[in-house]
Structures are given as structure tokens and as C-alpha cells.
Design a binder for this molecule. Sequence first.
Ligand code: RB5
Length: 141
Amino acid sequence: MKIAIASDHGGYELRKLVASYLQDNGHEVVDHGCYSHDSVDYPDFAKLVCDEVGSGSCEAGILICGTGIGMSIAANRHRNIRAALCHEAFTARMSREHNNANVLCLGERVIGSEVALDAVRVWVNTEFAGGRHQKRLDKLS
Ligand code: RB5
């Protein structure tokens, strides 16, 4: 899968881990930074990933900040983006099966790296269930 990823300074370390994990598992990663611990604004980085996903140049996106909250608020303002803030594998799986989430948001200051990588593993390997859930998604557009 071709996946766009970005973080602000609060998600900097986890983003590097997640990007490596995805590459090690055969995914193509388009990494939009940020590139240091210097303070940046999460909406700017959410936009970079949402533009990739919304245009179809990437199939999915992952956004990481301190809590995941700012990234999820910012991402869901973009057209055709369904961003889900997930804290473990169960919500990650449900966000794909029921909500067809195309952007996963994570909070580096909220969950540990192993829980985060488990959520990422499940998220990229779970398909949308369709059926009754599609009708609900249609009402969002
Ligand atoms: C940055 O300090 C922090 O506010 C940001 O990473 C994020 O948690 C915002 O929602």
C-alpha cells in the first residue's frame, strides 16, 4: 500500500518508528515530516497528508501528534477524508471495517510504541466491510 505519513513535533519519534515499520513490511511510504523536534503547527502537516489521500496519489494516510486530537480535527476538515483517532488495535480495526477510515491518527503522548505499531498493523490489514456501513458513509458526503 502507498501510505502518506506526517507528524508535528509531538509525534516526531512515533512517526519515525511507524514509517520504518511500514517500510519493513513492504509498504511504500511518502514521509512529509516534520523533520525535527522544533515546534510546528499540526494543521500544516495534516494538509500535506490529506492532499495525498484526497487526490488519490496515496491510498491511506497516517497522522501523529501529541494526542492525535489536533490531527484528527484538522484532517476531518478536508474533503473525502475520514480520519479516525485510534488508541489500540480494536478501534483501528473498527475504523476500517465500519467507517472505511482513510486516515489513521495516533497520539504519541497517549499510547506506547508497541500498542501504536499493533494498531497500525491491524489498520493497514483490515478491509472495509461495506454493506450497511456504506449507506451510512453516503450520508456523510
Ligand atoms: C503539541 O504540543 C500538541 O498540542 C500537539 O502535538 C497535539 O497534541 C495537538 O492536538
